[in-house]
Design a protein around this ligand. Structure first.
Ligand SMILES: NC(=O)C1=CN([C@@H]2O[C@H](COP(=O)(O)OP(=O)(O)OC[C@H]3O[C@@H](n4cnc5c(N)ncnc54)[C@H](O)[C@@H]3O)[C@@H](O)[C@H]2O)[C@@H](O)CC1
Ligand SMILES: Nc1ncnc2c1ncn2[C@@H]1O[C@H](COP(=O)(O)OP(=O)(O)O)[C@@H](O)[C@H]1O
Ligand SMILES: [K+]
Length: 479
């Protein structure tokens, strides 16, 4: 499991750890890790030209101590000081002792454009708002220079706790972060600014609380959650998932949700709705009914909404069922809010940003800029688990606790119908007995991976993604 903690938690942990260690020990650990990462990226340190962008806090201090280490290995290191009189004193002294030279921001452009590597030590977890104008100017030179940029702890200018990017921010190729990931390194849009991320152990593990703010499942975690049939299993014990989806106008959504459900581990898939002929023609193994959800026979979980059009009565019937229910797409618009809140069995809602915005009564951009807060808010309002789709998908439980984050996907998944596949897949995992949080996060993980496998850099259709779920499942199982 990859975990991330909020700034406040990181600071508390750092204080606890610092109290046990000699002064400056943490920063030395951070700087040592940072210098190693820079050296690896450069390949050859001796003779290389490194430019440090140094802000006025400890983030700049990390950069200066790392710069000193690199200067001692024969690199030519220059530091552009944003606020010379407020620069980290110990770091600056060490840097100068090692032969580093300082540069006035006025000469920053020329220096940065001649660099082989730029180290962004402008601001770390102490930053708020986008970069200030003088810092933005320097960041602009780094982008212009088209040389590798290594961010210290975080790409400067992003919001550490939320992943929002409210103004100018550094775009890094590599971010070397200390002690733990910060939420911004796992959540878009900030995640994109970080490039690849390397975590340097500074000993925080022992002092961080057990429950993180965010967690991202890895192959091994997903493998442990996948339902596997045993000797006593039969199709009913494996779970039956009901799909109430599709309409005369959108029959394809039913086919795609069923395609996802058949790959999600349930023992049987029941389909209810007007697209039964299309479903059965494509998937003869599906049990179909046109009697409505109440009379369709027992299921262990329902999926309602994909391509449902305007049929609110089917949504109402499913929402009143006393089994886990996944509500997606049109279902999110049609479901009675009080009825959703009144449910006692688990509910999983799977909006994209536009649907989440409609549910919250805000503009889509507001959700896109504050995805974490939006997912938490929706989960609390509806008493449901909320899976907010996007390039990083977030899964938040109503009870609070760590929010799951998934980034296995690819932009090629932004294709019509891929969300229908995801809802069928997640519903099937719910029917197989996973909690709403696990079903949502395992489905997002497999779906993202399936998108990558199916696409391999080329356009794909949603049905390709559904077919590739089997390969994603094997990939996870065989890790
Ligand atoms: N606290 C610790 O024990 C450790 C901290 N470390 C480093 O220290 C950093 C935190 O240091 P600080 O608390 O000093 O804070 P930062 O260095 O992250 O930022 C504070 C400084 O940045 C300026 N600033 C804030 N917002 C800005 C903006 N939008 N544009 C430009 N400048 C801005 C502020 O004026 C302030 O001087 C971490 O990110 C990490 O790099 C590491 O050395 C590991 C140990
Ligand atoms: N840029 C992206 N990167 C990765 N995954 C994405 C991206 N855009 C969308 N997705 C994923 O693709 C799926 C699209 O679902 P949705 O928006 O409901 O589409 P539809 O309604 O057409 O099925 C979601 O799983 C979402 O997380
Ligand atoms: K930084």
């Amino acid at each position: 499991m990859r975990t991330a903690y909020s700034v406040e938690t990181v600071r508390t942990a750092e204080r606890a750890l610092m109290a046990r260690l000699p002064e400056g020990a943490l920063m030395q650990r951070a700087a040592a890790g940072l210098a190693v990462a820079c050296a690896e990226l450069l390949g050859r340190v001796y003779g290389s030209r490194i430019v440090l962008l140094v802000g006025s806090g400890d983030n700049g201090g990390d950069a200066l101590y790392a710069g000193a280490r690199l200067a001692r290995r024969g690199a030519g290191v220059a530091a552009v000081l944003l606020a010379p009189e407020r620069t980290h004193a110990g770091g600056l002294a060490a840097f100068r002792r090692a032969g580093g030279r300082t540069v006035d921001p006025a000469d920053g452009e020329e220096t940065v454009l001649r660099a082989d590597l730029v180290v962004d030590g402008i601001v770390g977890i102490g930053g708020t708002g986008g970069l200030r104008p003088d810092a933005e100017r320097l960041a602009g030179f780094a982008a212009e220079a088209r040389v590798p940029v290594v961010a210290v702890d975080l790409p400067s200018g992003v919001e550490a706790d939320t992943g929002e990017v409210r103004g100018a921010a550094v775009r890094a190729d590599l971010t070397v972060t200390f002690g733990t990931h910060k939420p911004a390194l796992l959540i878009d849009p900030a995640r994109e600014y970080a490039g690849s991320v390397r975590l340097v152990d500074i000993g925080l593990g022992d002092v961080l609380p057990e429950e993180p703010g965010l967690e991202a499942l890895q192959h091994v975690d997903v493998a442990a959650l996948l339902p596997v049939p045993g000797a006593e299993s039969d199709k009913y014990r494996r779970g039956v998932v009901g799909i109430a989806a599709g309409s005369a106008r959108y029959p394809g959504a039913a086919v795609l949700a069923v395609a996802g459900a058949l790959r999600g581990g349930a023992g049987a898939v029941r389909y209810v709705g007007p697209a039964a002929d299309a479903v059965i023609a494509r998937f003869p193994e599906v049990l179909v009914s046109d009697q409505g959800p109440k009379h369709a026979g027992r299921v262990q979980a329902w999926v309602v909404g994909p391509g449902a059009g305007d049929d609110a009565s089917v949504v109402g019937e499913v929402v009143s069922a006393d089994v886990p229910v996944l509500i997606d797409a049109d279902g999110l618009r049609l479901a009675d809010r009080d009825a959703v809140r009144a449910r006692t069995a688990p509910t999983l809602m799977t909006p994209h940003a536009g649907e989440a915005a409609a549910l919250l009564g805000v503009a889509r951009e507001e959700v896109e800029g504050a995805r974490l807060a939006s997912a938490r808010e929706l989960a609390a309002r509806y008493g449901a688990t909320v899976l907010l789709k996007g390039s990083t998908t977030l899964i938040a439980d109503a009870a609070g606790g760590a929010v799951r984050v998934n980034s296995t996907g690819t932009g090629w998944l932004a294709t019509a119908g891929s969300g229908d596949v995801l809802s069928g897949l997640a519903g099937s995992l719910l029917a197989a007995g996973l909690s709403a949080l696990d079903a949502g996060s395992v489905a997002a993980y497999l779906h993202g991976l399936a998108g990558r496998l199916a696409s391999d850099g080329a356009p794909v259709g949603a049905h390709d993604v559904a077919e590739a779920v089997v390969r994603a499942w094997r990939d996870v199982r065989d890790q």
